[in-house]
Write a protein that binds this ligand. Structure first.
Ligand code: SF4
Length: 339
């Protein structure tokens, strides 16, 4: 029996006890088994309505943690490879985030932390405890506007590119933004200044950092009619050079709405670009360059099949309640603000 057949059989046997969620950056071999496919925001929103006893999350670890926080206590969340981390999330360890917030606020300012969903549960908990929240690339502008209304300024983490790109869409000026140097955290972080509205954590996505404005200049010379769409985890220079930038949901919609016959270069993770290419054979869809997330690729048909076989005895993803409670508060503030 092939792996695909094993997974299909197991799904049939488990019936409504099982729900498989997959992120758009998963491979086709995994995605074909998903009950729900989506971006971080769509998948987080769907957890509340799920009745399955076992939720298997095909994505990276922070996504499974988010699902475990939002799921009911009797539900179990599993990830086929617990080593599927996110390079960007790892750039913001929770104790350092707490130290930096304390340093910014030490002269009485109230700087609100807003973390991209690509962060650990512990970082979301720090945000929840400090009056802050969470955002995804799909709702970053809504949530940054929300956070700016809660205090004297915002610290956005871990992705400096998403923070700066979102600030630009809200009209926040360059001189109101400060990129933090967190290497000397604590005593070397200056207290918040009334002149700054936004502090950026210096994190990035190693995959989206592979795109450069020069690539767009070169392809425009060869394909002057082409449409260039990129994800906002790309640098502001790449976003400026593109025709459009937005979340994975935005990219999917923009490609679907482009005219038949259009040439479209897409700057995001390769699996999604490849799927768009298959889904729209009437358009010439190409990656801006091949950029694969090696952590997303850790989820395979093989470990998905193994996970499904061992579900009843496996240890699910657990988040301690002292972290889950403030992290849930941060996530619920986002879900409430974006209803
Ligand atoms: S594509 Fe980038 S942000 Fe997304 S999981 Fe991979 S490293 Fe993290």
């Amino acid at each position: 029996m092939t792996l695909a057949q094993q997974i299909t059989e197991r799904k049939k046997a488990l019936g409504s006890r099982l729900c498989i969620l997959a992120h758009h950056y998963q491979s086709d071999a995994v995605v074909r088994h998903a009950d729900i496919l989506g971006d971080s925001l769509e998948l987080a929103r769907r957890i509340d309505g799920l009745t399955a006893e076992h939720i298997v999350f095909c994505g990276v670890h922070f996504m499974a943690e988010t699902a475990a926080i939002l799921a009911r206590p009797e539900q179990k969340v599993h990830i086929p490879d617990t080593g599927a981390s996110c390079v960007m999330a790892d750039m913001a360890p929770a104790p350092l985030v707490e130290t930096v917030i304390t340093a910014l606020n030490r002269e009485g300012a109230r700087i609100i932390p807003l973390t991209y969903v690509n962060s650990s549960a512990a970082v979301k908990a720090v945000c929840g405890s400090n009056g802050g929240s969470v955002c995804t690339s799909a709702n970053a502008a809504t949530m940054l506007r929300w956070a700016l209304g809660q205090g004297d300024g915002v610290i956005f983490l871990p992705d400096a590119n998403l923070g700066r790109n979102t600030a630009r869409t809200l009209g926040i000026k360059e001189d109101e933004i400060k990129r933090l140097d967190v290497r000397g955290a604590g005593s070397l972080i200056a207290p918040a200044s009334p002149a700054k509205r936004l502090y950026l954590w210096p994190g990035l996505c190693a995959i989206h950092a592979k795109f450069h404005p020069e690539q767009i200049t070169r392809l425009r010379a060869a394909h002057p009619e082409a449409l260039v769409l990129v994800h906002p985890e790309c640098s502001p220079d790449v976003v400026n050079a593109a025709d459009g930038a937005g979340s994975t949901s935005y990219l999917i919609k923009a490609v679907a709405e482009a005219r038949s016959g259009a040439t479209i270069f897409v700057g995001t993770e390769w699996n999604l670009v490849n799927r768009l290419k298959d889904r729209h054979p009437d358009k010439d869809i190409r990656p801006l360059r091949t950029a694969l997330c090696s952590n997303m690729a850790k989820i395979t048909e093989e470990n998905l099949a193994r996970t499904l076989q061992g579900l009843d005895t496996a240890s699910p993803v657990r988040v301690d309640e002292n972290i889950a409670e403030p992290a849930r508060l941060a996530l619920e503030r986002m879900l409430d603000a974006c209803r």
